[in-house]
Design a protein around this ligand. Structure first.
Ligand SMILES: Nc1ncnc2c1ncn2[C@@H]1O[C@H](COP(=O)(O)OP(=O)(O)OP(=O)(O)O)[C@@H](O)[C@H]1O
Length: 411
């Protein structure tokens, strides 16, 4: 110990004069003890200092905790409270927002499912209404996705944005309600669907195809023929031309293929939107006068049962092939629709809708029919004249095969 003390105090000298009084107080006492005591005191002081530092540190920590500003404290807090969702950061919680997103998504899905169900319900209700309406008007249809029949002419505007001049012209013609064939065939054609339409004579078939053609063409153009109506006879072609002009009233170039036109018409210069012709004259014009039908958008075969008879079928076929526009819309209108005609027509038509008024191949219920047996040609004329005489004051129409027959009957 002494050795250690002498080592500790080696090289140290006390200024005895300066500390004489202190020396006197400790006179006779072991200087080593004093040095040890000094050391101990110093040690104790250091321990106290350390303790004080610790106390100071803890006090700081406590005050910072109370202020809530210390990052270490908040980190500790976060660690402590991991998993809990504090109220103050509610809006930023990942768990909370993902839950909200899920809720919103499921709400959206619910809404779209409801809308889908509602749409489906309305669709079936509409189908039911259409079926009842068709039954009321003796309209029979077959095909997929058939458009609803027209309730009135005003629907042409609300459903198909028909231009007002056409509706005005209809009103001028005195047409108040569409006929059954018009109710169904017009929406079919306006929806861009091909169609077989069969309705008895006098049911307004002409307007059923002329109206959608004029509506779809919209305005006249210099692009050449855009619609062709084929009729089996010149008389019917002329009649259709008249009806067409009555409705269009100079808005379009509507032409009848006369013999003169077929022989010498310059079709490259001739303005023509709608061309009405018999198959033979049209075939002639295509072959000899280089009539171009590649832009034809609508092809109507009127009185198609006659057009598909053996003598005419080849010419009709020629015209059909000359109309090369891939987006062409073809339709057949006839008073009768024999199966063989429908089968042949189906080979050139796409997804066609069939519209039949009354029973297929039956006469109109509003036309009175009578079967009279006659022995000879003279007997037929006699029976006809007698019939006309009986109905002197009633409008009468007769369908005959030739003009000569009509003249004889009238004499
Ligand atoms: N909606 C309508 N309202 C009143 N009259 C109409 C209507 N539609 C057409 N008509 C008239 O009915 C008559 C017969 O029409 P249309 O010639 O088109 O019948 P059709 O079925 O083509 O007869 P056909 O088989 O003899 O060719 C015409 O005088 C026509 O103007």
């Amino acid at each position: 110990m002494e050795k250690d003390a002498s080592f500790l105090f080696g090289g140290i000298s006390f200024n005895r004069k300066k500390f004489a009084r202190d020396f006197d107080r400790f006179k006779g006492k072991n200087i080593v003890d004093s040095a040890e005591k000094l050391q101990l005191i110093e040690k104790e002081d250091k321990t106290i200092d350390d303790s004080l530092e610790k106390v100071e540190f803890v006090e700081n920590e406590i005050s910072e905790m109370e202020d809530g500003t210390s990052t270490s404290v908040s980190k500790k807090r976060k660690r402590k409270e991991k998993g809990a969702v504090p109220d103050s950061v509610e809006g930023f919680s990942v768990f909370k927002s993902s839950k909200l997103k899920k809720e919103a998504a499921s709400e959206e899905t619910d809404q779209s499912v409801n809308e889908l169900l509602q749409g489906k319900k309305e669709y079936y209700q509409q189908l039911e209404r259409d079926a009842i309406f068709r039954k009321m008007h003796n309209i029979h249809v077959s095909g997929s996705n058939i458009p609803s029949p027209l309730l009135n002419f005003a629907e042409l505007r609300s459903r198909y944005k028909c231009r007002s001049y056409l509706l005005r012209n209809l009103a001028k013609l005195g047409f108040k309600e569409p006929t059954p064939i018009q109710r169904q065939a017009i929406p079919v054609l306006l929806s861009g669907r091909e169609c077989f339409a069969c309705a008895p004579t006098g049911c307004g078939k002409t307007f059923a195809f002329v109206f959608p053609i004029l509506m779809k063409l919209k305005h006249t153009s210099k692009d050449g023929v855009r619609a062709v109506i084929l009729s089996p006879t010149r008389e019917l072609a002329a009649q259709t031309t008249r009806e067409c002009k009555r409705l269009a009233r100079k808005k379009f170039y509507i032409r009848l293929m006369t013999k003169q036109l077929a022989k010498s018409g310059d079709f490259s210069k001739l303005r023509c939107d709608v061309l009405i012709s018999t198959p033979l004259r049209l075939k002639f014009a295509i072959q000899k006068r280089k009539l171009d039908l590649s832009r034809v958008e609508f092809l109507v075969l009127d009185e198609s049962d006659k057009l598909f008879e053996p003598g005419m079928l080849e010419q009709v076929d020629f015209v059909v092939k000359a109309c090369t526009n891939p987006s062409i819309l073809r339709s057949l209108f006839s008073a009768t629709l024999p199966d063989i005609v429908e089968d042949r027509a189906r080979t050139i038509m796409h997804d066609a809708v069939r519209v039949i008024i009354g029973r297929k191949n039956s006469a109109s219920e509003t036309i009175e029919q009578k079967l009279v047996y006659v022995g000879s040609e003279e007997g037929k004329l006699l029976a006809l004249r007698q019939n006309f005489a009986e109905r002197e004051f009633e409008p009468t129409s007769a369908s005959i095969r030739s003009k000569q027959g009509a003249c004889k009957g009238a004499i």
